[in-house]
Write a protein that binds this ligand. Structure first.
Ligand code: 5GP
Length: 128
């Protein structure tokens, strides 16, 4: 994995240098709509801190931040009304995982039934 780049897109969104369609913000996390949605609801949730990946986040972040982040993910799903019908969380890790932005983020997909082909998700919006 690359070292953390402070000029990655999500770092710049966190600093307010680039705009986003914000869904939620608290001391642990920022959630905003993906610029290229692959489902009726496609939100990204990112931690406030310099973490390249889920592995980096879990290894390096204080325990309270890890808990606060995942509670924020659950709150966003609940607040968007996704809880009763369900939703999918995805975190891409590294090249084989299809990670493009190296600031740890969770994709929250909802608003329609998801495919069961989880291990074979294509790179393009064939996922729609
Ligand atoms: P990854 O493949 O790294 O897990 O996903 C990165 C995601 O970030 C992609 O779904 C992509 O559409 C989204 N994305 C890339 N640049 C921007 C941006 O400037 N704003 C927003 N809101 N999403 C972005």
């Amino acid at each position: 994995m690359p070292a953390y780049d402070r000029n990655n897109i999500f770092a710049r969104i966190l600093r307010g240098e680039l705009p986003c369609r914000k869904v939620h913000e608290d001391e642990f996390a920022l959630a905003f709509h993906d610029i290229n949605p692959l489902a009726p609801v496609h939100v990204l949730v990112i931690p406030k801190g310099e973490y390249v990946s889920q592995a980096d986040f879990c290894a390096e972040a204080p325990a309270g931040q890890v808990v606060g982040f995942w509670r924020a993910v659950a709150k966003v799903a609940r607040d968007l009304g996704l809880e009763p019908e369900g939703y999918r969380l995805v975190a891409n890790h590294g090249p084989n995982g299809g990670q493009l932005v190296f600031h740890f983020h969770v994709h929250l997909f909802g608003g329609r039934p998801m495919s069961h082909r989880m291990g074979n998700m294509p790179k393009t919006d064939e996922r729609k």
